[in-house]
Design a binder for this molecule. Structure first.
Ligand SMILES: *Cc1c(COP(=O)(O)O)cnc(C)c1O
Length: 364
């Protein structure tokens, strides 16, 4: 026997969500698999999507983890290199580099590499986190081109600040800045500069942002990237975060449950203990009445979330027994809904599922 806390990963749902991104945009889609595949497990996610043209990750360590699994799909480092030595590793392992600041550009120009690399040139159209200023992009392109370190096809890339609010004025403004900058690049003969800007929210709501490459992340994992929605038509949640009832007790009116006694029974109550807590990535901020599913029905969390356990009021469900499966989030209890009551988003909850939780592929 083993602790019942698990993340079941629905491989078929993941593939179907990826297919939707391809079908909607008609272009190339690069699955974002950073942060342990948004918490779903790098290995399961990358094997499921091994037919993709390339993956996106946040660091060379994440890219090396994928190579160590024997997966040879090209991988884009979305923040480029953090130090010059990474350029040699990138050449060796076929990692593509985002070049987004002058330090990275100089390192690349000086790097003792033999092959030209696949480069993405990052432009800051308004998120103000990474990227060259739009006015610099044509000179950066020229410099990289004459350095011979850049392959004849490169990609101009940017990222939206508020694509989850498609009517937000910054969305149109960022697209306009992006298009203006692209128009300024004097593309050398026999060279191509492709484009990429759309993330999940843009793929689902903003066809004017479709370019050569899209970068779907959250949508692949099946939940809505729009904060006002839980689910989105056509997407299927991939993670079933489950555990089980491991203990049951009766308490009297006036008795409290959990650390700091944040919940007190107003009647004789039955409390089920479930073996999952913040040590597994279940949010400690989940308030009283956050739902879990037992036997397909919602039951309220009561008392503080602890590291290894939570407690549920099952007074009205006398048939619940030790061993019954408990869903913390999944297709029938959207992670966005849990995130909303915890004042965060589903991205944080999914990527926060800890290494203690086994990821188990289902529907392969
Ligand atoms: C993570 C990431 C994405 C994916 O964003 P989603 O909202 O999860 O689709 C796209 N582009 C870049 C640069 C990213 O870092």
């Amino acid at each position: 026997m083993a602790r019942p806390t698990k993340a079941l990963i629905d491989v078929e749902a993941l593939r179907s969500n990826y297919a939707l991104s391809l079908q909607k945009t008609g272009g190339k889609c690069m699955p974002m698999v950073k942060a342990n595949g948004y918490g779903h497990g790098t290995e399961i996610v990358c094997r499921a999507l091994e037919n993709a043209e390339a993956f996106g990750v946040a660091s060379i360590e994440e890219a090396m983890e994928i190579r160590s699994l024997g997966i040879m799909v090209p991988i884009l480092l979305l923040e480029g290199t953090f130090s010059a030595d990474e350029i040699l590793t990138a050449e060796k392992y076929n990692f593509w580099l985002l070049i987004e600041n002058h330090r990275q550009k100089h390192d690349l120009i000086k790097a003792p590499i033999k092959k030209a690399l696949n480069l993405w040139l990052g432009i800051d159209t308004g998120l103000h986190r990474l990227g060259f200023h739009p006015s610099e992009i044509s000179s950066v392109y020229k410099e990289l081109m004459s350095s011979k370190k850049m392959k004849s096809t490169s990609v101009l890339a940017s990222h939206f600040a508020s694509a989850d609010q498609p009517d937000n004025a910054t969305v149109a403004l960022q697209l306009e800045t992006f298009d203006d900058a692209y128009a300024q690049i004097e593309i050398a003969p026999n060279h191509h500069v492709e484009q990429s800007i759309a993330n999940s929210a843009a793929i689902l709501s903003l066809p004017t942002s479709y370019r050569n490459w899209q970068r779907p992340g959250y949508m692949l994992y099946g939940n809505s990237p729009f904060p006002h929605e839980n689910l989105h038509e056509g997407l299927q949640p991939v993670m079933h975060f489950v555990s089980a009832v491991t203990s049951i007790r009766n308490i009297n009116h006036g008795e409290s449950v959990g650390y700091s006694a944040t919940w007190t029974a107003r009647r004789k109550s039955t409390i089920a203990t479930v073996s999952a807590g913040y040590g597994d990535g279940y949010p400690r901020h989940a308030p009283n009445n956050t739902p879990v599913l037992i036997g397909g029905k919602r039951q309220p969390l009561v008392g503080r979330v602890s590291m290894d356990m939570i407690t549920i009021d099952i007074t009205d469900e006398p048939e619940i027994q030790i061993g019954d499966v408990v869903t913390l989030w999944g297709p029938d209890l959207p992670v966005n809904e849990i995130a909303r009551v915890c004042n965060t988003n589903g991205y944080e909850l999914l990527s926060g599922v800890t290494c203690r939780v086994p990821r188990i592929a289902i529907n392969q």
